[in-house]
Design a protein around this ligand. Structure first.
Ligand code: FAD
Ligand code: EPU
Length: 344
């Protein structure tokens, strides 16, 4: 099937916040040849490129003067199978959660804590997706991409991706430079579950009869997530709207003394990650509703669009929330999703 370039395409159904915006041009790519043709067109028409997966971590604050390239390349390939490990190449347009399910069914372990994270495989390295004590970086070997400027192939090792908490080189030096086409992962063939994350540890403490197998961890993660995160298909949202702030140990100690309930997670370098949800909750925002927009009643870190809300107003709400956290705690919150189309 020939790919179609669409002009002025409405983006509402391509982002999980269901924000209304238009793309100057839009195309879905299913093959490397499609992608190369799209990149050539962008160059000829001097249009910036915005790669898009399933739109679960973007905020469209206005129209995009760009060619939006929706990544739909599919395919999972076993590159090497040893007694203890498997090496996979997964195309960027595969759905992340479907991949997690597939790996478990094959007896390939390591992704079970990352169940039910929305989005594509190709977007996973951008913010080094993480949940329930595990991050993508633990399984990722390589990222394969095409440079937007000239279509050339680029392969990055795990180290070259400079992964951090919700961070990678794709948010810094390589931001807006490439379209990821595939990732290579290494998974274990013998289970080695990680249930240290507080919510998982208490789940298995409360369900002492359940063996913490990878399947049980997957089921627990799915259950916990469903109990507090809204399904974007029912209530549009982008997951956590802010990152958990990482502050110096000394400031964390002062905050802990002033606010004994504040959840704090020590980092290997001595810094401390604070719970943004707890601070926002404490400022009274949980369940707040402002017209078409609001703060989810089950989780203070999730902003929701009840229908017809604009990206600009959502960002104004986020600014108000961050200001009240600053006033109460002296801690700055940083927005997690990528914002596009903001007029300055
Ligand atoms: P998009 O939203 O389409 O894109 C996000 C960014 O990545 C954009 O800047 C885009 O340009 C870029 N990008 C996307 N694909 C490519 C590509 N192929 N090449 C280059 N750049 C690309 N995240 C977590 O880490 N942990 C969670 O637990 C979690 N829970 C969530 C729960 C909910 C309900 C929701 C809605 C979101 C959650 N998220 C979570 C955020 C989101 O799922 C991830 O960031 C995910 O990786 C985004 O995938 P996507 O395909 O939707 O990316
Ligand atoms: N909490 C509150 N009020 C709330 C919600 C939570 O006080 O309304 C407290 C809880 O009591 C808990 C703490 O905040 O002690 C942490 O909550 P949770 O376990 O839900 O995790 P989180 O820090 O809010 C992070 C990620 C999520 C990820 C979960 C599980 C970030 C920005 N968010 O949320 O990722 O799924 O941990 O690992 O790091 C996302 O990135 O979109 C996302 C959903």
């Amino acid at each position: 099937m020939r790919m179609q370039f669409l002009r002025g395409e409405a983006l509402q159904r391509y982002n999980t916040l269901a924000l209304q915006a238009r793309a100057q041009a839009f195309v879905s790519v299913s093959t490397e040849a499609d992608l190369l043709a799209a990149l050539t067109l962008a160059r000829e028409q001097q249009l910036p490129v915005v790669p898009l997966g399933e739109g679960s971590n973007v905020v469209f604050a206005g129209d995009l003067d760009a060619l939006v390239i929706q990544q739909r390349m599919k395919g999972i390939e076993v590159l090497a199978l040893a007694d203890d490990a498997v090496r996979l190449r997964v195309a960027a347009g595969e759905n992340w959660h479907a991949l997690v399910q597939w790996t478990l069914a094959q007896g390939y372990f390591g992704l079970e804590n990352l169940a039910l994270i929305p989005g594509t495989v190709g977007a996973a390295p951008i913010q080094n997706i993480g949940a329930y004590g595990v991050e993508l970086q633990a399984s990722l070997l390589q990222v394969h991409a095409r440079q937007i400027a000239d279509g050339k192939v680029l392969v990055l090792s795990n180290e070259a991706c400079e992964f951090g908490y919700r961070d990678s080189i794709f948010k810094h030096q390589l931001q807006d430079q490439l379209v990821i086409t595939a990732v290579e992962l290494q998974l274990a063939r013998h289970p080695a579950v990680n249930v240290a994350y507080p919510a998982l540890a208490s789940y298995f403490a409360e369900h002492a009869d359940v063996d913490p197998t990878p399947q049980a961890v997957f089921d627990a993660v799915v259950g916990i997530r469903r109990s507090k995160l809204p399904d974007p298909a029912q209530v549009p949202n982008a997951g956590s709207f802010f990152k958990n702030p990482v502050v110096a140990g000394k400031l964390a100690e002062e905050l802990r003394a002033a606010f004994p309930g504040l959840p704090c997670f020590s980092q290997p370098d001595g810094a401390v990650k604070l719970s943004a949800a707890w601070m926002i909750d404490r400022c009274g925002w949980k369940g707040a509703r402002l017209g078409e927009l609001g703060v989810h009643a089950e989780h203070a870190l999730v902003l929701v669009n009840y229908g017809g809300g604009s990206g600009e107003r959502l960002l104004a709400l986020a600014t108000d929330i961050a200001a009240s956290v600053w006033d109460a705690f002296g801690v700055r919150l940083e927005i997690e999703p990528r914002v596009y189309g903001r007029r300055v």
